[in-house]
Design a protein around this ligand. Sequence first.
Ligand code: ASP
Ligand code: MG
Length: 429
Amino acid sequence: MALLVLKFGGTSVGDVDKIRNVAAHVKREVDAGHACAVVVSAMAGQTNTLVGFVEEAWRSTLAKQGENGAVDYDAREYDAVVSSGEQVTSGLLAIVLQAHGVRARSWQGWQIPMITDGAHRSARIKGVNVEGLKARIMDGEVAVVAGFQGLAPDNRISTLGRGGSDTSAIALAAALNADRCDIYTDVDGVYTTDPRVVPKAHRLDRISYEEMLEMASQGAKVLQTRSVELAMQKGVRVLVRSSFDPPDLAGRTGPGAVLGTLVCHEDEIVEQNVVSGIAYARDEAKVTLLKIADKPGVAAQVFCPLAEANINVDMIVQNVSEDGRYTDLTFTVQSADFDRALEVLKRAKDSIGYFDLRGSTDIAKVSAIGVGMRSHAGVAAQMFSALAEKGINIEAISTSEIKISVLIDAAYAELAVRTLHSLFGLDGR
Ligand code: ASP
Ligand code: MG
């Protein structure tokens, strides 16, 4: 007998019919003798609808009073509304399981409780009090847990940020000391890159936590970045698989029956490529400050006001100045923060003292990721040469031990992804 946490995303619980399919997956594991906790998301699109209601309730009401709503709405009430999507699916799945003769009970975040900090709207899990829940799971009752939500110190519902059910599932798996956390989604695993861009992309049987973390934060959308961090920290083995595989087939075990991608410690991966995947993101924007003084303290003058405005900066390039007096500075921010970043910098113009300010959202970031880079020299050189051969200009570069990212013109994003995918031997296997 194993203790499993199964997590089903929004498309997997999109309607009652799909919830019946989820129940079939759960029943298969129960029939195999496993103890199960199931974490569910809201039905696909439901969270967006709820967020829309909150926006409307606040802005339209203010507008009717002739105010502009510069202040945001109360995050506690946002959480109260937006967490309700998961309440619905957890109850529905418990009902369908019961109809199949499976003992099941739904649990809201506050009932467990899943304890979070007080950062409403993007709370972090502090601990999960699993004693009561675990006793019942071990006794054969399926716990159906509403993902995405927890209990804040002010005794109110909190939510974990968009995509947060992944994190709920991993946190629960860690607290229960589960054998595995199965993340069921609408794709059958983690791919070497986006199959819509590169049809030759293939599913990875295994990927290390570190690579998955880079893939998630560099634009691959399978798992919430925070959930991967948590899995790595707590050593939770995560299997990403599709809920649309037939429930009986998905239960097959044994050699050759790997369905999905196992996210695990790199020691568990025998056959390691230098590069495991190519990620890309189009949601960054580039900002360039022309002719700033090349002297101590200027970078701080630029980045402190941005930090104060809660704007995250990703890549940074500062050129060498020819005359030792002036230089240019380029960096990227999330597209959503682009306008605000420009505003902040315009306001700080006098203290920074730049000549001109430029920006563009027509850029893409393409990254090659692989733990094999640690022990292989020349990966960057290969990558830059291949891009040059295709006439793709690199505007900025950033690296970590296991990742090289380049910033390029958005028009070349797909060509760059395809080029790097074949360069590193990831095509058609
Ligand atoms: N329903 C929430 C969202 O759409 C949480 C999740 O699905 O992970 O962001
Ligand atoms: Mg998700």
